[in-house]
Design a protein around this ligand. Structure first.
Ligand code: ADP
Ligand code: TRP
Length: 323
């Protein structure tokens, strides 16, 4: 069975870009693949500098993923730092990672351009991500488009290791759904925790209303037809619609008389209703924190078994097992 793996950073409230860009695909895989899913808290340390915030965010991300439908009986679900083997593999892969390859990574360059003081962890971020993926011999990695280059780095490192030390790692494929590749935020840029333009999945109704009403639209007068393909309100609303409903909305855009404020009101209802059952499940889980911790502990144990197997082989091949 195909092994599918992905992770998400606990660096802030999860938003609908995370859900449609990655989480939904992951949850759908639990019926057809050997699913590995984790909370990337080591990665989040590159942006979250307060211990209590990281700890709270980690539990919150885990509860959110479980509420959205991840079933720990049908997937291996853990917190990255509970399987520290990944750090040893990161070091080993670092010895094969050319500076130039990492210097070319857009994600690193963008963060530096945004004024984040670059440190070694930010630079080495893609190597840790490669270790996450290779340690578990993953075949496929569902991610949003922004992670595409990190998957290329991972493939490069896997191939280089295999060439140098003999066939060891599965060379993974990125799985990027082109339709959903970049979900826009309220301002039309990529929806991202770091741009402050998110629509959060588990927000209260008042905040949801305020956020959706702030979605930027153009100034086409009501009586003129509008262009759905350049409208970020359309791009967001379509996520919640069936194909015939999308066609109907498109027709409303193309006819005169559409009011963006009406569409926004409908979108608020659509988002609120879509996540209704998950909200209830989240309340339930928040009331049983010990059960959530038990789930994570059991998940880490399963993940650790798979990790030790790969790491044992790697240690032998590179000569760390010298006895
Ligand atoms: P953020 O940019 O908000 O910090 P993350 O980097 O934690 O989000 O992303 C977690 C997952 O969600 C990744 O697989 C990423 O590709 C996906 N993702 C994040 N934002 C979007 C978006 N706007 N559209 C599509 N996928 C996204
Ligand atoms: N870098 C990813 C992100 O920001 C999170 C991540 C860490 C990840 N390790 C991974 C995703 C391994 C897929 C596979 O979204």
């Amino acid at each position: 069975m195909k092994r599918v793996l992905s992770g998400i950073q606990p660096s802030g409230a999860l938003h609908i870009g995370n859900y449609f860009g990655m989480m939904r695909q992951m949850i759908a895989y639990q019926d057809s693949a050997d699913l590995f899913c984790f909370i990337a808290n080591y990665h989040a340390m590159t942006s979250v500098e307060e211990g209590p915030a990281l700890a709270r965010g980690t539990v919150d991300a885990a509860v959110s993923f479980l509420s959205l439908g991840l079933d720990p009986d049908r997937a291996t679900f853990w917190v990255q730092s509970d399987v520290p083997e990944v750090q040893e593999l990161t070091w080993i892969l670092s010895t094969l990672a050319p500076m130039g390859l990492l210097e070319r990574c857009h994600s690193y360059k963008d963060k530096v351009a945004k004024g984040i003081a670059p440190n070694h962890a930010l630079f080495a971020y893609p190597v840790l991500m490669a270790a996450d993926i290779l340690l578990f011999q993953s075949n496929a990695v569902p991610v949003g488009k922004d992670q595409k280059q990190h998957l290329e780095v991972t493939r490069d490192l896997a191939q280089k290791f295999n060439l140098t030390f003999g066939e060891t790692f599965v060379v993974p494929e990125a799985e990027i759904d082109d339709e959903l590749a970049v979900i826009p935020g309220t301002d039309g840029q990529k929806m991202s925790k770091s741009y402050g333009n998110t629509i959060d999945i588990f927000t209260d109704r008042k905040t949801l209303k305020k956020t959706v009403m702030s979605v930027v639209t153009d100034a086409t007068p009501i009586e003129e037809p509008k262009n759905p393909d350049q409208c970020n309100l359309f791009a967001l609303y379509r996520l919640f619609l069936t194909p015939p409903q999308v066609a109907e909305l498109r027709a409303r855009y193309l006819a005169p008389g559409l009011k963006y404020s009406d569409v926004k009101k409908e979108l608020i209802e659509a988002i609120w209703n879509y996540f209704e059952p998950q909200r209830a499940r989240r309340e339930e889980l928040l009331a049983r924190p010990d059960d959530v911790l038990d789930i994570l502990r059991a998940g880490a144990e399963k993940a650790r078994e798979a990790a030790s197997e790969t790491l044992g082989e790697v240690r032998r091949k590179v000569g760390l097992a010298y006895w």
